[in-house]
Write a protein that binds this ligand. Sequence first.
Ligand SMILES: Nc1ncnc2c1ncn2[C@@H]1O[C@H](COP(=O)(O)OP(=O)(O)OP(=O)(O)O)[C@@H](O)[C@H]1O
Length: 915
Amino acid sequence: MTTRVELAAERLKQAHANALGALDAACALAFDAGAEAERAAKTGYERHVAIARTRAAQHIAEHSSAARDLGVELVRSADDPLAVADYVAAGTLYLPGADSGVNQDIVVPCVLPFIGRGNVVLNLDGELGTHLIRHLVWAAYSGTAPGQLDVIGYDPTLTGLLSPFAGIKEASESAFTGLNRPRELSQVVDRLVGDVQRVNDLLRGTGDTLLDFRARTGHPVERWQALVLLDTPEGIDEETYRRLLSLGKVGPAVGISLVWLTKPEADKPGWWDQEKVEKSAEVLEAKNGALQWRAHPQFALRIARPAASELVRETNFLVASIRSASVPSVPFERIQQTERRWTDSSADGLTFAIGMAGPHVVEVTLGDERQQRHNVLVTGAVGQGKSNLLKVIVHSLCQRYAPEELQLYMLDFKAGVTLFPFASMPGAIDYLPHARVLGLESDRDFGLAVLKHLDDELGRRSRLFRPYGDDISKYRAAVTQPPLPRIVLIIDEFHMMFEPTDKTAEDGARLLEGLARRGRACGIHIVLASQTISGIAALMARENGIFAQFPIRVALKNAVAESFATLSQGNDAAARLRARGEAVLNQDYGVASANQQVVIAVANDSVLSSLQRAWWEAARRSVTPPLVFDGAHLVRLSEAIFAIQTLRRHVMSEGRAPAALVGYPIDISGTPLAISLPDDPGRHLAVLGAGEKTGSLEEAESATNNAIGILQAASVSLALQHPAGDADFVCFDFLDHVTARRNNYYEWLNLMERLGYPVQIVQKADVGAYLRTLADELLEGTVARRTYLVAFGLDRASSLETPDAFAHRPVEDLQLILRDGPVRGIHLLGWWSNAATFRNHLGFGGDGFIETMIMLRLDQASVQEFLGPFVSWSVRDNRGLVADRTQLPEPTTVVPFAPMTLRDSTSLLKVDWES
Ligand SMILES: Nc1ncnc2c1ncn2[C@@H]1O[C@H](COP(=O)(O)OP(=O)(O)OP(=O)(O)O)[C@@H](O)[C@H]1O
């Protein structure tokens, strides 16, 4: 298709030249006809005169209309992403009819070959030069697809002639560059010479110009550049002049055009040869005060004279279109065959495709012996296609390698949806069989847990490989079955792992650095992606040199500082990218000479999901679903049925003590945290701090109370570990009705009853009396059954501290129960939202009464008061800190269970607990 357009354009160009040539000939004919007519008149052949004039006029009309049409065709619109101002209309060519002896004037567009085709010399002074140069620059920008043309203006005498275009920098820093100093010009010419070499390398052997190449491949490979030199020869030294002459010769074919604005009367140095400058250019000049195109001197050239303000306005439109520019997309199927899956072995490395560079598919290899590249760093500003690129990498890998050859650990630190399709979700049962861990909206603790797990895996693999050599390739050569998979850890927005710079950041950086350094030999590779690394680059470089372990860099469009941070200091190639979907691939630690521009393929969701479905169908019987961690997800007890069954079995077959499930620790075990409640002193559980955010009424309406959720989950899970029904559940009811209803308190009561453990409710007013009786039973040794006291909102039990007529306070009974209860089977599951009341209830010397504490919305100082000065805790939604002096070596963060829902009840009731 494009080739057809290109051929047509070629023909048009030819035709335009022919038409102008014919027009020249027709004009000559007209002159001849005029002369002939004169002669004829003289000799009296009036009739012949009339005929000759009419014929000439017809020819002129025909050819000038053809030239006009062709001019319009050649100056194409910039809507096409491959559009380039290869022909620009510099103005109109005009010939008065009378001059040709015909009645009508001849007006045709003056179409000059420009970007990608030629250079222009304007041999003009003053206003004419100003208008024409601005017009040409404007025509070049507007005729080229947005964002694909860089204009460099050299203005040694500070005329400010090109200043109306300076605003384009807002859209893209390199779209317009203004230079004033000879040294700057010399540097730019150096760079352009380098560009000539690079593009020539790309075109080598094809015989194409850049224009042909782009038309053939259908992709806007490379970019166009126009170097506009004002007031030449001012500010140009001999050496630069010579290099400019060379550029003029070879530049247009590789996309670099020159415009020279020369003052005809200016003094020129001896070495300056204007003829040589003009040799490879179209020349517009003034002759006898009239503007003309040297190639067609019989025509007068008329040009538009836009006001600077008009150009500034147009420039603003251009800024908007550059910002929204995109390149023609490369479908995923074009870079990755999708018919045959799992064709490759990962024994010697992993290869994946990311996009195209011209007609070539671009692949990246990790972990091979030869190139020794093992980790990838990806950066790109918001919305430039980072998520898409990660999806392309994942799907290309998963299509080539079976799950037994490749395992993926993926963490997304932003609130995005990139990883969602890889997990099994309601409405889509399939999942990515290669995925072992998916951290959606990961938090830093989870990130750390994954790094620790992989660090352990690294250690395990090193030991495993030792007898066979020192790396995975040697191991796999010796032990072919089962294949040991390579692991790829992909972390999106990984910089969030290192903010703020606290212990988690330090531990994370240390682990990541270890993995990055030692992972290659063990078949563990890392892909880190981020929109901004300039902030952390210094930290990472100083402390660990992590990026030194990332030879492969893929930089999507970004700011200059990010480009430097991702590639290398001074390598601004990522900032010079124009469109979303373009990237700089650099497989040599960011060294500028290794830059390769790539159009990243587009991961079309429907294609990818059908691939995933096929992989899942093929692997579902041999793999388990990935562990999915979603930091914002409310966890429910119905997700822990398997864990309850396991605990129940342990109680029944091994006589273990029942354990209360409270939430999921932030690790990759996927197993909820169970707090064992043997009949030992201190085995109670206290939840401390507010269970929910206290905010607006609206927030309060929708809030879920984690404290209530924990106690509900703990009691239901404990009940199910008493298969013989040999436990009582007693609830102290301090909840107000609204909070109780909002947190499904009645649903919980209902479930407990239907499971066979009806809860005895003790009303607020009766709690004192109940405690009294229970304390008496304890003292008398008459407690008959295991009893769980479930107390919601104990800090509201102010009456506990009110003395009775005998100066006895019910809280003393509570303290007795806390102290002596557990060994008689009495365990408290209590929630105090206020830490001070909790302290009062424990009383003097009550520190050891409750061994398990779960901190929710409690400030750091209060937490340290209970757990010591080295524990750090910051309140977060949907998180709790569990401390247990006897069961946990150190306090552990959990995602606490949310209150029961009807769905939980239904699921729990459906289970056949006896089987
Ligand atoms: N290679 C590409 N070719 C064409 N369009 C693309 C390409 N990559 C991304 N896009 C389009 O750009 C948009 C943004 O892409 P994507 O979500 O991948 O960006 P991102 O950088 O991850 O964004 P964010 O920073 O918001 O997460 C999407 O609409 C996507 O379709």
